[in-house]
Ligand binder design. Structure first.
Ligand SMILES: [Zn+2]
Length: 318
């Protein structure tokens, strides 16, 4: 395998703190039985989880070499001891958890460590969560769990408390530019996308792939939402919601732009010695709306609710 496509722990960028925590655990042989990789979407949590799977089974390097047969299998999703579970539709279901836990009584097939990665673990439904909890409560040698979540508050507290937390931060603008440039994206386009991506590589890539037109549309929608809130007219609210239609992706992107805009203004105000209280409230309202949208709330109702919440806050400095 030619390494560059596979991100080993050593190649993980922009997450120095998370990486240091993982490296220390590996070096001291004190890995936890279960981890919770938490942080915003698109900042490398899943990539890090898979890289950890590779490291724990690598034949060469403690952090994963990216070249040996074992790493190659992990990279190509062919390693029998690396089991990634994704939501089936909106949820991770109990059958999916049982399919995994029924294998835990046996030793790993060919690796040293069986690693179960639960992507979007906050989507475990209650039965699945309880089934998982049983496994987390009975540590087994050679088995580790990595729960990945951008919304860890939605996990059962009993699950959260069984996991060691590793926090992933939003990526710095320069890191995003570098990641996009490495994929052959032009400098100017990469800079634009990085500015709008709110620290998420996933979002930056989506912005690049969706092209300038879509970006303009999202920008317009974000402006429209803010305008409707400022005007305070019910008509403007419904017009903005109708314009957005029910395209969740567009709305989510517009909310991200809005959040980035409020966030930038908030940091500016704070840098000038202000409390940024109003803007902080605005950011929180947008985050709540984005959250609601993710949990399948009606896009129209979500936008209306957001505009009403923004309206209730005093005018924010620009
Ligand atoms: Zn290797």
């Amino acid at each position: 395998m030619d390494g560059p496509d596979f991100t080993t722990l050593g190649r993980l960028v922009g997450q120095a703190r998370a990486l240091a925590q993982i490296e220390k655990a590996i070096a001291s042989g004190k890995l936890a039985q279960s981890y919770l990789f938490d942080g915003p979407a698109g900042v490398g949590k899943h990539t890090a989880a898979i890289a950890l799977c590779a490291a724990l089974n690598c034949d060469g390097d403690a952090l994963g070499c990216g070249r040996c047969l074992s790493c190659d299998k992990v990279a190509r999703d062919l390693h029998p001891d690396v089991i990634a579970v994704y939501p089936d539709g909106a949820q991770i279901k109990v059958e999916q958890i049982r399919a995994v836990t029924s294998r835990l009584a046996y030793a790993p097939h060919e690796g040293r460590t069986r690693v179960i990665v639960l992507d979007e673990a906050d989507r475990l439904n209650p039965n699945a969560g309880n089934a998982l909890l049983k496994s987390l409560e009975e540590p087994r040698p050679h088995t580790r769990f990595v729960l990945v979540s951008a919304a860890p508050h939605r996990l059962l507290p009993t699950i959260r408390s069984r996991c060691q937390r590793v926090r992933f931060a939003p990526l710095e603008g320069e890191v995003l530019v570098g990641l996009l440039r490495a994929r052959g994206v032009e400098e100017a386009v990469a800079r634009d996308a990085a500015a709008l991506a709110d620290g998420s590589a996933g979002r930056a890539l989506a912005l690049v792939e969706s092209g300038e037109g879509a970006t303009e549309k999202r920008r317009a929608l974000a402006a429209r939402i803010e305008q409707a809130a400022a005007q305070g007219s019910a008509h403007a609210v419904f017009a903005a919601a109708a314009e957005a239609g029910s395209d969740r992706e567009q709305i989510a992107a517009a909310l991200a732009l809005l959040r980035a805009s409020f966030g930038a203004r908030m940091r500016r105000e704070a840098a000038q010695g202000g409390t940024a209280r109003v803007l902080r409230g605005r950011v929180r309202a947008v985050v709540r709306a984005a959250d609601a949208l993710q949990t399948n709330a009606s896009p129209q109702l979500t936008l209306e609710q957001l505009v009403f919440e923004l309206r209730a806050l005093p005018e924010a400095p620009r």
